[in-house]
Each structure stands twice: as structure tokens, then as C-alpha cells.
Design a protein around this ligand. Structure first.
Ligand code: TXA
Ligand code: MG
Length: 367
């Protein structure tokens, strides 16, 4: 199959993409979080082909993407008042809400669960494509199962070229990590997967926000089945260091000196502050940091957590393209969207997340 790329699709191309989807083809769609691998969410055969293209376990349910609140009533038993408030406040946007499903939704979408996950993306092209399709669009992230999610059309091509009919390319995704997933109760919500919509933001609308204890403690079976799988893994081995600028820079420098002779090529995902310190350390030891085999990605200043969310997956894809075998990354503070970023980095690092003190010594394995 030849995968057709539509860059910034015009109105007639949007209609065409909608028709492809309605007729059962797979189309990668842009969203504000990551690219999705879309199929007609009411067509069980089309939904099945998502699992095949991704190599995804069949018990991991899919999110149904809608073009607005008006698409929801036929898909659920009832929209609870809390769900209504959440949709009005955060849609279109990176919040996925689970509700009891109606009989219209095929079991293939929910992996046999009684609830269906719903989301309205904050990307106009995406909503237009869903409207053109005239059906809800089931879409997981458009990567092969277990690999980093794609935030550019090129990253979608890396994983799915030849396996899907088309890609709607709308440029890089704004948020860069997947939506917050919540189970919606009568007066409270439970966070099943952290994302850009944080606990603090949810508390402005609902009285109580709980966390799925399987994510906070790492024990038990997560309510979002996808959270139990190894995920977001780059090809190279990755370690993530959390601490002060001095501590993280010192640790990464030590690791670099130990590894660089043996391990080529290497990748670093670090903030501007850590980058400046590494340059200084290199100058002091009369070394060259920018060798051909070292790929440094400076994600911007560490105060801006959105920077890191936006850079994470594309950086991991880039490291794969460079065939990087060892990755040294700087973690974030677990506040705001930093919680979601650390959730993804922990998985990408296979739990190799280390707290370091100001001297760069490892304090405890936070995995
Ligand atoms: O931002 C996003 O959510 C992206 C874009 C494409 O919309 N989509 C995405 O889909 O990340 P996916 O399939 O990679 O992740 C969906 C997560 C999985 O962890 C899945 O287990 C969970 O949502 N999920 C889906 N339906 C569910 C349900 N009915 N109950 C609990 N968890 C559910
Ligand atoms: Mg995914």
C-alpha cells in the first residue's frame, strides 16, 4: 500500500480523507497532543485493522474522537453532569473522558470494557476530518506499539509507511504528549493517565480528583489498560536524572566520560542550563563536546515544562534515526504537566530514573 501524505489539506482533501475513513481505511490524523492512527469507530473491521497496523494487544482499548459535544449522546448511556461540565470547560482539548458506552460502540473499541473513552481534539483540521467522515474516529497514537508516540508526520512515516492509506500532515503537535485520561464519576474524577490537563485544572471544575493508585504506587492493575505496557521506548538504552542543574550536569558529564569511548553514538536530552554547564566542563577538560557521535538536544529552559513535553517524543524519534544506542536525559520536577512528562520519561527509561544530589551522586532509584 502506498501511503499518501496530504500536507495542510485543503477543503476537498479533507472531504477525501473523511471518505477514506468512513469507508474503512486507516488515516493518520493530526491532534494537538500526538498524531493519531484513525479508523471508523463504528466499523469493527476498520477498528481491527488498527490493532494489526500497530501490533497492539487486543485488550488495550481505543479513544473515540469526536468533532464536538453534540457527537457524544449516541455513544454513551448518559452524559453525567460532571462529564458535561468537563466537556464544556476543556473541549476541544487534551482531556479524554470515560463514560458507560451505548450499544452503538463496538466491543472492539473498548476491548470488552463497559466504558468508552471520548475526546474532542483541539486541532481544527482534525475536527473537520471527523466531521467529513460523519462517524466518531477511533485513534490510538500513530506509532508501532511500544515505540515513542509521533508528534510529526515524519515520525508517523518512520513507523507506519506502507501500512496506512494516508496521513494528514498539519505540522508538529503543540502539546507533544498524550491527553489526560479521566474516569468520570458522579461528583469526582479519577486520573488514569496524566497529561497537559492537570489535577489543579480539573479541581476548578470538579469537587474531588483522585488518582488511579496503580499509576501513583506502581502496584496493581491500571484502570487504563495501556498504562501497564512498556511504552514510548527509544531503540537506545535511556537513563533520566532528576535534581539541581549542577547535580544533573555533573552526573551526565560523568556518565558521558565513562560511556563515550565505548558507546557510539550517544544522545542527550537536556535543558539549556545543563547544556551550558556541560560546555563549561568540556572547556575545562579541553575536550570537544560536539563530536559527530554525540547528539545533544537542548529543549529550552527548565522552568518551562511545556518545552520538554513538546520536545520529548520527537527527540526520541530523532535519536532512533541517528541510531543512538545510549541516551542521557534530564528529568523534570513532578509538578503540573511535569507529572505527565515524568510518567512518559520513566517508561521510556524502563524505570532508570535517578535522583542526584548537588555533587551528581545518585541518591535513590526512583524507579
Ligand atoms: O492524546 C491522545 O490521547 C492520543 C491522541 C491520538 O488522541 N491518543 C492516545 O491513544 O494516546 P492511545 O491508544 O495511545 O492511548 C489511550 C489510552 C490507553 O492507555 C488506553 O488503555 C486508555 O487510554 N483507554 C482507552 N479507552 C479506555 C477505557 N474505556 N477505559 C480506560 N482506559 C481507556
Ligand atoms: Mg499510545
Amino acid at each position: 500500500m502506498k501511503t499518501q501524505i496530504y500536507t495542510k489539506p485543503n477543503e476537498s482533501e479533507i472531504l477525501l480523507l473523511g471518505t477514506l475513513l468512513r469507508e474503512g481505511q486507516l488515516v493518520a490524523i493530526p491532534t494537538e497532543t500526538v498524531y493519531g492512527l484513525g479508523a471508523n469507530g463504528l466499523d469493527d473491521k476498520a477498528v481491527k485493522s488498527i490493532y494489526e497496523a500497530k501490533g497492539r494487544p487486543a485488550d488495550n482499548p481505543l479513544i473515540l474522537h469526536v468533532s464536538g459535544i453534540e457527537d457524544v449522546p449516541t455513544l454513551v448511556k448518559a452524559i453525567t453532569p460532571t462529564a458535561q461540565k468537563l466537556m464544556e470547560t476543556f473541549w476541544p482539548g487534551p482531556l479524554t473522558i470515560t463514560l458507560e458506552k451505548s450499544d452503538t460502540v463496538p466491543m472492539q473499541v473498548t476491548g470488552g470494557l463497559s466504558r468508552v473513552a471520548l475526546r474532542c481534539p483541539d486541532n481544527e483540521t482534525c475536527r473537520k476530518i471527523i466531521k467529513a467522515a460523519g462517524v466518531p474516529i477511533a485513534a490510538p497514537s500513530a506509532n508501532r506499539s511500544g515505540r515513542p508516540s509521533p508528534t510529526t508526520a515524519m515520525a508517523v512515516m518512520d513507523d507506519l509507511d506502507g501500512r496506512i492509506a494516508a496521513i494528514a500532515d498539519d505540522g508538529p503537535c503543540r502539546v507533544g504528549i498524550e491527553s489526560t485520561v479521566v474516569e468520570c464519576g458522579d461528583n469526582e474524577v479519577t486520573i488514569l493517565r496524566p497529561g497537559e490537563i492537570t489535577e489543579e485544572m480539573l479541581l476548578q471544575v470538579v469537587a474531588e480528583v483522585k488518582w488511579d493508585s496503580a499509576i501513583t504506587t506502581g502496584e496493581g492493575r491500571p484502570k487504563a489498560p495501556g498504562m501497564k505496557y512498556r511504552h514510548y521506548a527509544p531503540d537506545g538504552a535511556m537513563a533520566t536524572y532528576v535534581g539541581s542543574v549542577d547535580g544533573v550536569a555533573t552526573r551526565i558529564w560523568k556518565e558521558y566520560l565513562q560511556q563515550y569511548k565505548h558507546t557510539t553514538p550517544m544522545g542527550m536530552l537536556i535543558s539549556h542550563e545543563v547544556y551550558l554547564q556541560l560546555q563549561q566542563k568540556a572547556a575545562e577538560s579541553k575536550m570537544e563536546l560536539s563530536e559527530d557521535t554525540l547528539h545533544i538536544v537542548d529543549f529550552g529552559t527548565r522552568e518551562n515544562l511545556d518545552n520538554l513535553a513538546g520536545a520529548l517524543y520527537e527527540t526520541l524519534h530523532q535519536f532512533n534515526r541517528y541510531k543512538v544506542t545510549s541516551i542521557l536525559a534530564e528529568g523534570t520536577e513532578p509538578r503540573g504537566v511535569g507529572i505527565a512528562v515524568m510518567n512518559r520519561m520513566r517508561k521510556a527509561s524502563s524505570n532508570n530514573v535517578f535522583n542526584v544530589n548537588i555533587e551528581g551522586d545518585i541518591l535513590e532509584n526512583k524507579g
